[in-house]
Design a protein around this ligand. Structure first.
Ligand code: SAH
Length: 397
């Protein structure tokens, strides 16, 4: 198999800057580099040498990005299509081992944690969404698409990536069907429930696959109870609870999301008329007095989008948590999430602490789920962790 490397150029690190690579951290920042020698194009795969001259590994180079090199291998292994195929195979094996039965929607590749830096691949039944967050990985698009076609015979592959960080990589937002014909709504199964998702115009890659385990948790603890699902999107948490006899209220600011939530209820044989669907702002809705819920879910979008905006985002998290802790019935549960990578576990718990204090109620933490197994975090790359959840029980003081 032909090598994908550029062997006529090389990256040389400054003295003492090989430590993080030796610790398997996959990023080399611009400040750690002494020189890049030879002819290369942005995105090329180059060998990376320590100052002393020993080969450390190979990675994508991008002179425009602060993350100057993203490592694909540690050591001397050749980077070719075979390596990509092996990594995809390992990623698939992990998912096969850990996914619940009757589930055909999941994240096949979660970037650095699956040793494929900058690459995200989500599966929705026969339809796939790929995201290229790094220039070097984007240049391997044809190889990645070929592997997916060979391995999975997909109906369609959509390339959809719109994050702000793309600009720094020299990439532009994309929304392009790379293969096949994408249906307007794709249908898939999760824990034996059925869902529609709009991969082209929906949020994220169409569905919040990372909340699968939390949805199952709510399906259990909200059985037969009154559930308020804040930031409900297309109804995920509500449907898990409703099939177990809960009466549900789904609340989202997006009208198309609420409309699709109603369709998803029907798809699961549930009578949407028997449940409440509200298009509103959570911050306003939770301020309405005298509501009665046994379980409240708070799964907001990332309120903190950059390090600079931590204070403002933290206020948002505190507000909704205080309001939910106040509203929920005595002995009730609040499942509260933050998907912002800039809010770590410690800060998140501090925010919820302040919220509980201001609400003036007793709060117990019953569980702290993180990311599901199809969104793994490499211990060497903690930057890949973003989802934090606390399951709270609220009792009168
Ligand atoms: N829990 C969902 C995913 C939530 S994503 C699931 O399991 O699928 C976050 C949602 O919050 C989006 O649907 C977005 O439309 C909605 N949203 C953002 N700001 C909001 C606000 N202020 N009030 C209500 N909904 C909001």
């Amino acid at each position: 198999m032909p090598s994908l490397e550029n062997t006529s150029a090389r990256v040389i690190l400054k003295p003492g800057r090989d430590k993080s690579l030796k610790n398997r951290h996959p990023w080399v920042f611009s400040g750690g580099i002494a020189a890049i020698e030879g002819e290369f194009a942005p995105g090329d795969i180059l060998p990376v040498f320590a100052a002393k001259g020993n080969l450390l590994g190979k990675g994508f180079v991008n002179p425009a990005s602060q993350i100057r090199v993203r490592m694909l291998t540690i050591g001397g292994e050749t980077v070719d299509a075979g390596l990509l195929e092996r990594r995809l195979g390992q990623a698939q094996a992990l998912r096969e081992q850990f996914l619940p039965p009757d589930t055909d929607a999941y994240r096949l590749v979660h970037g650095e944690a699956d040793l494929l830096p900058g690459l995200i691949i989500d599966r929705y039944g026969d339809n796939w969404v790929v995201q290229f967050h790094a220039l070097g990985m984007a240049r391997l698009k044809p190889q990645i698409v070929d592997i997916l076609k060979k391995r999975f015979q997909p109906n369609a592959i959509l390339d959809r990536c719109e994050t702000k960080a793309l600009t720094e990589e020299g990439l532009t937002p994309t929304r392009e069907v790379l293969h096949g014909k994408l249906p307007e709504k794709v249908r898939f199964r999760e824990n034996n429930l059925q869902f529609y998702a709009d991969l082209l115009d929906g949020q994220k890659t169409g569905f919040f696959l990372d909340q699968r385990d939390n949805r199952a948790l709510i399906g259990n603890v909200a059985a037969g109870k009154r559930l308020l699902n804040c930031f409900s999107y297309t109804g995920g948490f509500s449907i898990y609870a409703a099939v177990n006899g809960a009466s549900t209220t789904s609340l989202d600011i997006s009208e198309p999301a609420i409309a699709l939530a109603q369709e998803n209820f029907a798809l699961n044989g549930l009578d949407a008329q028997a449940h409440r669907f509200i298009t509103a702002n959570v911050f306003d809705f939770l301020r309405q007095p005298d509501q009665e819920y046994d379980v409240i879910v708070l799964d907001p979008p990332a309120f903190v989008k950059s390090k600079k905006h931590i204070d403002k985002g933290a206020r948002g998290y505190k507000d909704i948590n205080r309001l939910a802790i106040k509203q929920v019935a005595d002995g009730g549960l609040v499942l509260t999430c933050s998907c912002s990578p800039f809010v770590d576990w410690h800060l998140f718990q501090q925010i919820v602490f302040s919220a509980a204090q201001e609400a003036g109620r007793q709060v117990q933490i019953l569980a702290r789920p993180g990311q599901p197994a199809d969104h793994p975090v490499s211990i060497f790359h903690p930057e890949g962790e973003y989802l934090k959840t606390l399951l709270l029980r609220v009792v009168e003081a």
